[in-house]
Design a protein around this ligand. Structure first.
Ligand code: APR
Length: 259
């Protein structure tokens, strides 16, 4: 089923050198990972300030550590979906492709994407807030299991936290700088499964637009940037992205399909 029917969209995709994709929680929804702001979103039930901030971690380390172990448990039992795999294929055939994600679930990497720009960190990584010692998830699990009140400590005595960006914290400098740079150079910018409400990630589509990029949004509903994008493809990314990939392959192979 052809999903790119707009002549401009076809030309912009066909002639694109650099394609950039920004993903949010929506791309992992079909894998069974809850989003944050949707009807069943995490923030509908829980308070981000009480769970996803450094102050919350210091004030209630056991509860925050337990919540992240719960999210890891969910992720551990999920698999990448067709939307993740479609972006992995796009990386293989586009002349230049950059994948920026707000997600911390690592599903893009498990689908085979490489050089993923993780703006908000990775939930399977941990480090000591005192000496910065890194702990793999297996090492953290071991310490977590053996600590009576689920407050694992580093060998130096410091608390161990997840390597994710909490509210009020700066994003990894290298990641956000690269994300800004590639967004400025994007010929086509895909905004996928994000409500585009959290900066600086939400600035990226605007920056791409300011630099004459063609913006395609893939989302099950309208978002804060839907009036700005050039093409809004409404639907689940696990269905839309494989169709988009199929169209893209026909476009660059010059197949008869579009004549
Ligand atoms: N396919 C495409 N889009 C979907 C799907 C789907 N199957 N399911 C939900 N969506 C859309 C929703 O309509 C919504 O616009 O995904 C978006 C998810 O938005 P949020 O829950 O706000 O997630 P996100 O945009 O990634 O949040 C950004 O906020 O809480 C912080 O750090 C957290 O990285 C997160 C950031």
């Amino acid at each position: 089923m052809q999903i790119i029917k707009d002549e401009t969209a076809m030309q912009r995709l066909k002639n694109a050198y650099r394609i950039v994709a920004l993903t949010g929680a929506g791309i992992s929804a079909e894998s069974g990972i809850p989003t944050f702001r949707g009807e069943e979103g995490l923030w509908k039930k829980l308070s981000p300030q009480e769970l996803a901030s450094f102050e919350a971690f210091i004030k209630n380390t056991a509860m925050v550590s337990e919540w992240y172990q719960h999210r890891r448990e969910i992720i551990h039992h999920t698999q990448p979906n067709n939307g993740h795999y479609a972006l992995k294929e796009l990386q293989e055939i586009a002349p230049q492709f950059d994948l920026i994600t707000q997600n911390v679930d690592g599903l893009h990497q498990r689908a085979g994407s490489t050089d993923v720009i993780e703006l908000h960190g990775n939930i399977m990584e941990n480090y000591c807030i005192n000496c910065n010692q890194r702990y793999s998830q297996d090492e953290f699990d071991e310490l977590y299991r053996h600590n009576p009140n689920h407050v694992p400590h580093c060998y130096c005595g410091g608390l161990i936290r997840p390597n994710v960006v909490w509210f009020g914290e700066a994003l990894p400098e290298e990641s956000i700088e690269k994300a800004y740079r590639v967004s400025q150079e994007a010929d086509v910018f895909l905004s996928i499964g994000t409500s585009a409400q959290v900066s600086p990630a939400s600035n990226l589509p605007l920056i791409a637009k300011q630099h004459n990029s063609y913006i395609i949004e893939v989302n099950t509903s309208r978002t804060a940037i839907s009036d700005l994008v050039d093409l809004h493809l409404k639907g689940p990314s696990g269905e839309i992205l494989p169709l988009l990939m199929d169209d893209y392959q026909h476009l660059i192979n010059g197949a008869e399909r579009f004549r």
